[in-house]
Design a protein. Structure first.
Length: 745
């Protein structure tokens, strides 16, 4: 045997696994970013993408499991041949498919992504378990589990690299070619790894993966143990996606926010599967305080905004994922059953993703999957010795009962105080202090897992769950693939509101005399009102008016006889709210309005050039702007649909992103003219502040806007960004309003 054959070649296998995992998780946000113009910016798009990735990962693990049963030389030849054939599918791109029919997005999006990257993703996903199997063939290689930590470290690096380096610096086409070069490098590394193991003579294969004749077959794994593996994998996977939904609903559908929960999820594997166990033990020990202290917020459906709840949710995700994955590692099988373990674990991940991304939006009216997963995590957390106080510190029965009684009484008092505190505004600090106290005292109950879980449910209800449950009971919410809509009536003001997530999306008076009065962002001082209320003066001959984003239909309150109105709306659920009488702007104020159901960018691209004199872009997903509606290609569609002397009104109000520089760059690049109307209604009115930008080809039209409403001042745009956003290249990092994360603005 040569000297090279006597070395385990650990560094080669580590580099191969790191490279493959880096590419695997670099392609995830990259392809999702490519697909935004086709799929839109709804948070569930990313969850659907994650479900596809998990399913392909499961298929890759199954392939690795089956391939590893073949003779080694046949394994390597088949694997390398398939990798080489997959080169024909590069560079990475998207398949051509007709847009989905309304209501079919939940099935269409996974199919579209699977067909686009399925073969390449499938093969790359198999490399981590297969390389671990090949590595362990060497009799001196040792345990392969630490290489799984290296795999997740590479995955974490790929995720972080995309939003921080790749997306800001490279257009999508360059990203695709860079990834293809990485794939070719990975193919070379796999060939080297196969070559390193092919030199081993058959008698040397006396390690963990020796032929059946040399080593007895391992004992079968009990079904109960496999079920535990599935549960320990499914709960963190589902919780990661439900946390992602919260972040991307209220901020922005962008890779930076997509990858934070996924990065935490992967980092937990790195810690849980590391050879050094101390870090995993310490973090796991903190999981119960995190769940009891932060998990109580899992049923809050309104009023939870700002940076602190976001950080808290991410912290709980980290502690829970690490603890559950540590327990998963602790109940791992013998090394010869490595691929079976990874296959079952991957199946659990798919089930968690299936529940959160596919089943929950169809079954629940709210994100009930999130508190359910938090509760499931509490029931699965590993038992900690330091929390098992009745046994580690033997006490008389009376003493134990006294400790439990005192702690229970104190917890009950604090829970009641927390309930009272939640009835008032401006008590956030007191809420956090009480939550922390309950979490610390609640550790006394951890030895009785069901008692601790009961306390968790109680805190969830007290922190906002009673209101959330009542809203579901009253049927005021509607959930679709694109979000959660809540309709509330306020009798004191005679107002009915529509909220998407936690953001107001419009309201209407329930008084018959004011049924066509536009409220919220569309008051008389808004840029939209100036344009639409004066449309017949700006365009005297049958004005053709278009709106992207229906909401409550508020803008149609400005409709007048002789006008032609068209509204573009992507979500059937939103349209239903106007057709079933919940909101009556369309019915009472503009009954002749034509409503086009579908993605506005695609549908506007189908209209005849110059079809609109006035076109408003007012599409939001909670407080998140669909990025694909704000790129250079999107504005090209809008301008094609706009008449030569038409006016484009763009709504850019946002708590977290300053959209004005990007819009200014677009205006400059196309030689257009623009002005900004910032509306600040007096306090106590039914109107809310808004920022609208008027974009025109002819500067005389800006002067016309000032003439029709001389009391309403417009200002110039801010200095433009250095480059326009495009489908190929866009980064919002320079325009994030970080200060606003500290509280609701």
């Amino acid at each position: 045997m040569s000297a090279a054959a006597t070395r385990p070649a650990r560094s080669l296998f580590v580099v191969t696994i790191l490279t493959g995992s880096f590419l695997l998780f670099l392609i995830q946000p990259m392809v999702a970013r490519m697909a935004l113009p086709r799929l839109g910016g709804a948070p569930n798009v990313w969850n659907s993408a994650m479900l596809v990735y998990q399913a392909l990962l499961l298929a890759g693990y199954w392939y690795a499991h089956r391939l590893s049963r073949l003779p080694f030389k046949r394994q390597t030849r088949l694997h390398l041949a398939l990798y080489a054939v997959a080169l024909l599918a590069l560079p990475v791109g998207l398949v051509e498919m007709d847009p989905p029919r309304p209501g079919m997005e939940v099935f269409w999006v996974p199919a579209f992504l699977a067909l686009s990257i399925g073969p390449v993703f499938f093969l790359v996903s198999s490399q981590a378990p297969l390389m671990q199997r090949w590595f362990a063939r060497h009799p001196q290689a040792g345990e392969p589990w630490a290489l799984y930590a290296a795999s997740n470290l590479g995955s974490f690096a790929g995720l972080i690299a995309y939003p921080l380096l790749v997306e800001p610096l490279l257009p999508l086409r360059a990203q695709a070619w860079l990834w293809s070069a990485g794939y070719a490098l990975l193919l070379g590394l796999i060939w080297l790894s196969a070559r390193a193991r092919s030199r081993l003579p058959e008698p040397a294969l006396a390690g963990a993966f020796a032929p059946a004749a040399a080593v007895a077959a391992p004992d079968p794994i009990p079904a109960r143990r496999k079920a535990l593996w599935i549960a320990l994998a499914a709960v963190p996977s589902g919780l990661m996606l439900s946390t992602t939904t919260h972040l991307t609903t209220d901020i922005f559908a962008m890779p930076l926010l997509w990858v934070i929960p996924l990065g935490i999820y992967l980092l937990s594997f790195v810690i849980a599967f590391a050879e050094q166990r101390m870090t995993a033990r310490v973090i796991s020990a903190l999981a119960w305080p995190a769940v009891l202290g932060i998990g109580g917020l899992a049923m809050v459906s309104q009023g939870s905004n700002g940076l602190l709840p976001v950080i808290a949710a991410l912290a709980m995700l980290f502690f829970v994922c690490t603890a559950l994955h540590t327990r998963l590692y602790d109940c791992r099988p013998a090394a010869e059953q490595l691929t079976t373990f990874y296959l079952v674990m991957s199946a659990g991940g798919v089930l968690g993703g299936l529940f959160t991304a596919l089943i929950a939006p169809l079954v629940f009216d709210w994100v009930w999957e999130h508190p359910l997963l938090v509760l499931a995590a509490a029931l699965l957390l590993p038992r900690q010795g330091w929390l098992n106080w009745p046994h580690t510190k033997p006490l008389e029965r009376e003493a134990r009962l006294l400790v439990i009684g005192v702690a229970g009484a104190a917890i009950g008092l604090m829970v009641w105080q927390l309930y009272q505190t939640n009835q008032y505004e401006g008590t956030e600090t007191a809420r956090w202090v009480l939550s922390g106290g309950i979490a610390l005292l609640g550790l006394v109950l951890v030895p009785w897992r069901w008692a601790a879980a009961g306390l968790l449910v109680t805190v969830m209800l007290v922190q906002g769950g009673f209101q959330t449950v009542q809203d579901s009971r009253d049927g005021i919410r509607t959930r679709s693939y694109f979000g959660i809509y809540t309709v509330r009536d306020y009798a004191s003001g005679g107002i009915r509101t529509l909220a998407h997530g936690t953001t107001l999306h419009g309201q209407q008076s329930t008084e018959a005399t004011a049924k066509c009065l536009p409220l919220s962002y569309y008051g008389p001082g808004s840029g939209a009102a100036i344009g639409f209320a004066n449309a017949s003066r700006l365009f005297p001959v049958r004005p053709r008016l278009g709106v992207v984003g229906l909401g409550t239909g508020s803008l149609t309150g400005y409709a007048r006889p002789g006008q032609s109105w068209t509204v573009f709306e992507i979500d059937q659920a939103v349209l239903n709210l106007s057709r079933n009488g919940t909101f009556t702007y369309l019915r009472d104020c503009a009954p002749q309005t034509r409503v086009v159901l579908g993605d506005a960018r695609i549908e506007l691209g189908r209209v005849r050039a110059g079809s609109f004199d006035l076109l408003a872009i007012d599409a939001f997903s909670s407080d998140s702007i669909p990025l694909h509606l704000f790129t250079d290609e999107a504005f090209g569609v809008y301008l094609d649909a706009l008449a030569p002397r038409g006016i484009l009104l763009v709504h850019i109000s946002n708590r977290f992103i300053d959209l004005e520089p990007a819009l200014a760059a677009e205006v400059r690049a196309r030689g257009l003219h623009a002005a900004v109307r910032e509306d600040e209604p007096p306090p106590g009115t039914q109107w809310t502040p808004s920022t609208w930008v008027a974009v025109v080809r002819d500067p005389d039209q800006l002067a016309a806007l000032e003439r029709v409403a001389p009391a309403m001042a417009w200002r110039k745009l801010k200095p433009p960004a250095s480059r326009v956003w495009s489908d190929d290249h866009a980064s919002i990092l320079p325009y994030v309003t970080w200060a606003n994360f500290l509280g609701r603005q």
